[in-house]
Design a protein around this ligand. Structure first.
Ligand code: HEC
Length: 492
């Protein structure tokens, strides 16, 4: 803290102290405007504005401070949710001394250099704040630190204006509007298998209906190959959805991944210009630096090595193109669909020696990925649910609880681990079980030749792909947006 005074430079330092002296004596909030005028010659930029607590300061406290300084969680004994708490005298120096920013640690900790460990908020938690915010804080205290009676600050997620995030939300809203306008199937009884040609291409994909129901998620301790993260088993209710009959292929994914190619293809087809405009507003992968098939095959082969964010953005793009709501499955939806009403280790029973009829894995893959749909489907008509590729889900991989749940989703709060399911062409049979989970890991992109590491590619995860789902019910735009953008994609 001491170092803060030195860092602001001697001139302003002198001014602050000069200001302090006067203010400490006056300390009459009612006389604030006068004070602002007095300060004007010294700090011209500060002259005009009268700071409004609710409009200017409350959002700063709520977004930048309360996560660490609130009732029941007062780091350094500093609590900023109420006026009484913020103005409370303390041993280390008062947080807010009306009229005296230079003595108020609220201000002096804000102006510390970025590498000072006393900086507030701390460097990794959004500090230092913008010059504008710091100036508002200084003015607010100078003007008497008015805090209307009864106003209590409540913690909020940080809502820094991020143009990319705003655009992403705008795009979601536009897509959502089209989806709702086009909604044809509204009743589970009308759900049928269907195929769609992706507009602007010759590429199609098929979706099979998955009925609503309830199942036991996870595996019992006694199941051969059981791992701790598969328990405790718990009851889960699932609402109806369609699931991709197959893994998403390169034919499909490249339309999204290689926008220039897609535009050429599009010109030879009749498309909806409005839908294309929305789809084109979605952020697309950077051009990969390496052959992302890794020589394992493209036509009819499942797309691999995309990040979970990449897979989610494909779903968003496909939703824009088709006017149907697509997203990744939750972990629960995935396991429910894989089991298809069965309770055994695999959807065909417990006998791993039959796996070759249903799955590509270490013993029959010859060490490479394979074309989709060559093995037998599960009882609900889904292919390659065991083996071939680990499949992305929407969930953070965390330990289960015993509680019964309905349509659970463990929304990620950090980039790793995201849960993948199903086992791959590289794995032994026990990893292909319906209950097996595999969390993503930073080592999945060590080879990535791009710096900083790409949010689109896991170059070292040639065993990961995905399939899509389409929930029957289309939730509100904010909920849809939350599934497509869980907010942790840039965090690694
Ligand atoms: C990520 C948590 C975190 C955030 C966010 C944060 N602080 Fe702090 N703050 C701390 C911790 C921890 C301490 C105690 C430091 C210590 O005791 O060494 C602290 C101490 C302080 C102190 C006392 C400093 C002193 O030397 O007396 C003040 C004042 C303060 N914070 C103000 C703020 C303000 C204002 C904000 C928002 C603009 C903020 N903090 C945001 C964690 C945080």
């Amino acid at each position: 803290m001491k170092s803060s005074y030195l860092s602001i430079g001697t001139l302003s330092l002198a001014l602050i102290f000069a200001g302090c002296g006067q203010q400490a004596e006056q300390a009459k909030p009612a006389e604030q405007p006068k004070k602002a005028e007095q300060a004007a010659p010294a700090a011209p930029a500060a002259a005009a504005k009268t700071v409004d607590f609710v409009k200017d300061i409350q959002p700063i406290i709520e977004e930048q401070c309360l996560v660490c300084h609130r009732a029941g969680h007062a780091a350094g004994d500093v609590q900023l949710d109420t006026k009484a708490a913020a103005l409370k005298p303390s041993g280390a120096g008062n947080c807010v001394i009306p009229g005296n920013p230079g003595k108020s640690t609220f201000y002096t900790t804000a102006i510390l250099p970025a590498d000072d460990e006393g900086l507030m908020p701390p460097k990794k938690k959004g500090g230092p704040m913008s010059k504008d915010k710091i100036e508002l804080i200084k003015l607010w205290i100078e003007q008497g630190a008015a805090w209307p009676d009864g106003v209590v600050c409540k913690m909020k997620a940080k809502a820094e204006a991020d143009p990319a995030a705003e655009k992403a939300l705008e795009t979601t809203t536009a897509i959502h509007k089209n989806i709702v306008a086009k909604l044809d199937v509204k009743d589970a009884a009308q759900m049928k298998e269907y195929s769609v040609v992706i507009p602007g291409s010759d590429v199609s994909f098929s979706m099979v209906p998955i009925p609503a129901g309830e199942f036991t998620m996870g595996s019992p301790d006694g199941e051969a190959g059981h791992k701790p993260e598969e328990g405790p088993q718990h009851q889960v209710k699932i609402s109806p959805f369609w699931m991709g009959k197959h893994l998403v292929t390169w034919n499909e994914y490249e339309l999204f991944m290689l926008p220039e190619e897609e535009k050429k293809t599009r010109s030879a087809h009749k498309t909806n210009a409005e839908a294309d405009k929305v789809a084109d507003a979605i952020a697309r992968p950077s051009q990969p630096y390496v052959d992302m098939t890794f020589g394992m095959g493209r036509d009819g082969f499942p797309a691999i090595s995309m990040t979970q964010h990449g897979a989610s953005q494909y779903c968003k793009w496909l939703s824009a193109k088709t006017g149907q709501y697509y997203r990744l499955p939750t972990e629960a939806e995935w396991e429910y669909a894989c089991r298809a009403g069965t309770k055994t280790a695999y959807f065909f029973g417990d006998d791993a020696s039959k796996l070759g009829d249903y799955a590509w894995f270490s013993k029959n893959s010859g060490g490479a990925s394979k074309k989709i749909g060559q093995k037998k489907a599960n009882p609900w008509g889904l292919f390659d649910m065991h083996g071939l590729l680990w499949q992305w889900t929407l969930d953070q991989q965390l330990p289960y609880t015993k509680d019964a749940q309905t349509d659970p989703w463990v929304k990620p709060s950090k980039p790793y681990p995201h849960a993948t399911r199903g086992g791959s062409w590289q794995n032994e049979p026990d990893r292909l079980r319906a209950a097996a989970r595999y969390g993503s890991d930073p080592s999945w992109k060590v080879q990535d030749p791009q710096l900083p590491k790409s949010i689109w590619y896991h170059t070292d995860a040639q065993f990961v792909g995905f399939r899509i789902v389409r929930p029957l019910a289309v939730p509100a735009p904010e909920v849809v947006h939350g599934y497509w953008h869980s907010g942790v994609e840039k965090g690694d």
